[in-house]
Design a protein around this ligand. Sequence first.
Ligand SMILES: Cc1ncc(C[n+]2csc(CCOP(=O)(O)OP(=O)(O)O)c2C)c(N)n1
Ligand SMILES: [Mg+2]
Length: 558
Amino acid sequence: MLPPGNPPGEGRTLVKAAAVVADILKREGVQFLIGYPVNQIIEAAAEADIRTIIVRQERTGLHMADAVSRVTSGERIGVFAMQHGPGTENSFGGVAQAYGDSVPIVVLPGGYPRRLLNIPPNFSSFLNYQHVTKWAEQVILPESVPDAMRRAFTQVRNGRPRPVLVEFPVDVLREEVPDGWTYTPAPRLRTAPDPRAVAEVAAALVAAERPVIYAGQGVHYARAWKQLRELAELLEAPVTTSLQGKSAFPETHPLSLGSGGRSISKPLHHFLANADLIFGIGCSLSTTNYGVAMPKGKRIVHATLDPADINKDLRADLALVGDAALTLDALLAEVRDRLKGGPRGRAAAVTQEIKQLKSEWLAQWMPRLTAESKPLSPYRVLWDLMHSVDVANTIITHDAGSPRDQISPFWEPVAPLTYIGWGKTTQLGYGLGLAMGAKLAQPDKLCVNVWGDAAIGFTGMDFETAVRERIPILSVLLNNFSMAIELKVMKVATEKYRSTDIGGNYADFARALGGWGERVTEPGQIVPAIKRAIETTREGTPALLEFITEKAVDFSIY
Ligand SMILES: Cc1ncc(C[n+]2csc(CCOP(=O)(O)OP(=O)(O)O)c2C)c(N)n1
Ligand SMILES: [Mg+2]
């Protein structure tokens, strides 16, 4: 590390602004700088022994940074750097996706030299990223670098998690930061809810006859998994999650209803419809196609970090603002007090009802989950996958489109942060970068992305990054030579112009890029191929399994 700025009078060691940025990243605990050239921060980071990872396109790099933050609950912040002009223009999707799904990342774009910085048509990151970041700053003086970095890291670590951006004009990065600069890493501060509101909410939770707990990703960021489980068991209340919150509650737990999303389980549908109170914790309760719609006429209790969410899409009868762990701690104390310490003996009936509905639902889906048909049922592939991996030590993510709706109701996470769910905005191709970022941050886990043949079209070239950078993920591709989900809305275009057809041999593609690739067409080969692929990842080579699947359009939608 560089000295923390030289005390006045102790000689001069002028350092370039790029080196100061890299040094600050190091002090902030950044271990990887993901990026795409040219940006002088990349070279400076390498000089400072921060591993630099170069992707094939900016979007994937941002998705990787995104996963680093997600799977560490924001303890480690993913950082991405790119060049001014094309790099910043091309990065927009990755930042917008992180903004949509509320992921804390630091984005460090280069900027045009100051004499051209704000002159059209030069792309200004400061101006153009305003609506997809929570904080955007343009640094025009080298001496402002430490202050700007402190502001960015303070914003990214606190309040609503979302991307922050600091734009560095190329000539600023080359200039020297005067002596005497200092830097202290930004703190992570928590806020607790108003005790009076906590008492009201506790009373409402205890008074409810059929409460349902709906947990969002705030529980992941606060690492409040234990408290969530304790509250559920104390109230004997069933639990569901948003897609982003999936894995916050073990889905094998007798009180689990499975996760929300576009497709859901029968128990979830039933319990929401019959709830008298819905308690959202660590979630925005935003209206989205990829989250369950809350039935009308329910009492809504909304606990969230961000007051901007309260009364936004849903009117809240009661609300709490604060960190999910502190909120649950406070609620637990109040609820315990009201219940005189223990549960009321409702659990047997509630868990029996869940069990009954779940077995009806699974019986209905079992023919699809175990189908012997060819082309393969995507449900069979995903069911076999879940039963072939060590679920507790696997981090899996879906992609946009059918794969998400096919996997999310049936995949049962048993440990926190083992499912990366998303979908406030749903960019095809997001899953690959997520799996790669997860593998970087959690190298001992099997990291899997499940995608369709449309999704691979967007970011597939970055499989080469996984090979080159030794990020041995398992990529599960459901190839049905189609955008099947669009068939219904593109009937004429399909008949006349075959507009939903797409093609490719992706196992060959993976091999051509230096990875492991295998095409699977036989139901009996699904499990052996998965085992071979996992073995390959253990040896350090990313694997892509291409399953030839039917154009399925059946989903567990209620
Ligand atoms: C960047 C982007 N553009 C468009 C869409 C809309 N979209 C969602 S799914 C989909 C097609 C999905 O096809 P595929 O992944 O092959 O799954 P299939 O339905 O065939 O199983 C499209 C066009 C999107 N999610 N992202
Ligand atoms: Mg397809």
